[in-house]
Design a protein around this ligand. Structure first.
Ligand code: SAM
Length: 342
């Protein structure tokens, strides 16, 4: 006897009707764009891999269109985090009719710690296979990029959801951002985000969704990306050091990498230390940032740390935050947000 692998939900009003019924006009401030095409919705969920018997946390469910598809794939439990309370009736309706436990949390995913959210029985050792836990979301672009940076940091520290092991993520981004996340060396798209994502995760740019599939239609297309944390990061150093080195090197994307490396140091010692650093790292100074592999960024980071061990003040130096280099290190240091302009 063949067993159906898709759960049928009891008859529910269509998402289109719910949006009309509760006057869920998409709010521009929250960059809300609803995906209406069932085929694309189920393709996003399928991109996560099998979620059967898994715990799934969906971020930004909106009226619940992706949530319905998640439920149909028979997870053991669904947790949804939504910022906009206007979706309460439609999500509650879904929770009542869902054959699998569906828990609603209203809040901002940016401030949300997933440390205690999942079943302890699903916890796996980091080096073991990925746990039966998935994060899925079609978030606004202004949230998804800073969120992935925050989550990469949590992955590097094995905190939040990654206390449970190598939890996989399937998320949407602006198509160009998705391309940068997955970009290999030597390509036009190679950027800070490529190095940061690929240092901690296997990045798969699964497919694109044209803007016209959303209501209202955004001006850009959307890329669906699956990220699987690596058993061992390519550069096994603290997140903030790697972030600073990668950001500095990409300060001058089209120039020789030595120009960016120089910005790690204050003006009086800049040229000498950048040259010393690249000699230690065995990197040709005329290499361009987009030609550097993640391992080469690792050697640059190691060499930077060696120099900073001798002179810890260099670690505090911040090129963009520096008002004047002449009296460094006596000026105040401004720390820039690591998610900016990535
Ligand atoms: N999942 C629905 C879909 O695919 O049609 C809605 C997607 S809409 C692009 C993004 C959703 O994320 C909205 O429901 C919005 O209210 C929610 N959202 C925006 N910022 C959020 C945040 N910081 N935390 C949680 N949810 C957020």
């Amino acid at each position: 006897m063949s067993v159906s692998r898709i759960i049928r939900l009891p008859p529910l009003p269509s998402i289109r009707d719910l949006i009309k019924l509760y006057k869920l006009r998409a709010m521009k401030e929250l960059s809300q764009n609803f995906l209406m095409e069932p085929r694309l919705i189920s393709r996003i969920v399928r991109s996560a891999g099998s979620i059967k018997d898994c715990e799934v946390c969906e971020v930004g469910p909106g009226p619940g269109n992706i949530t319905r598809s998640i439920i149909q794939n028979m997870p053991s439990r669904v947790l949804i985090i939504e910022k906009d309370k206007r979706f309460t009736p439609s999500l509650e309706l879904l929770a009542e009719s869902s054959p699998v436990p569906l828990e609603l949390i209203f809040g901002d995913v940016m401030n949300f710690n997933l440390e205690k959210m999942f079943n302890e029985d699903n916890k796996m050792e980091w080096e073991d296979k990925c746990p039966q836990i998935h994060l899925i979301g079609n978030l606004p672009f202004n949230v998804s990029t800073p969120l992935i940076i925050r989550w990469l940091k949590a992955i590097s520290e094995r905190k939040s959801a990654w206390r449970y092991g190598r939890v996989r993520m399937t998320l949407t981004f602006q198509k160009e951002v998705a391309e940068r996340m997955a970009a290999p060396i030597m390509t036009r798209e190679r950027s800070r985000l490529s190095v940061m994502c690929q240092n901690w995760c296997r990045v798969e740019h699964k497919f694109n969704i044209p803007g016209r599939a959303f209501i209202p239609k955004p001006n850009v297309d959307v890329g669906v990306v699956r990220l699987t944390p690596l058993k061992k990061p390519i550069i096994d150093l603290p997140f903030d050091i790697i972030e600073k080195v990668v950001r500095s090197v990409f300060n001058f994307r089209q120039k020789h990498c030595i120009r960016g490396v120089e910005t790690l140091f204050p003006k009086p010692v800049r040229e000498q230390l950048a040259s010393e650093l690249l000699t230690t790292a065995v990197i040709e100074p005329s290499t361009r940032p987009f030609q550097l592999t993640v391992s080469e960024f690792g050697r640059i980071s190691e060499a930077y740390m060696t120099i900073c061990k001798e002179k810890p003040d260099y670690m505090k130096y911040n090129y963009r935050g520096q008002k004047s280099d002449d009296n460094w290190p006596f000026v105040e240091i401004n720390n820039t947000d690591s998610s900016e302009n990535i």
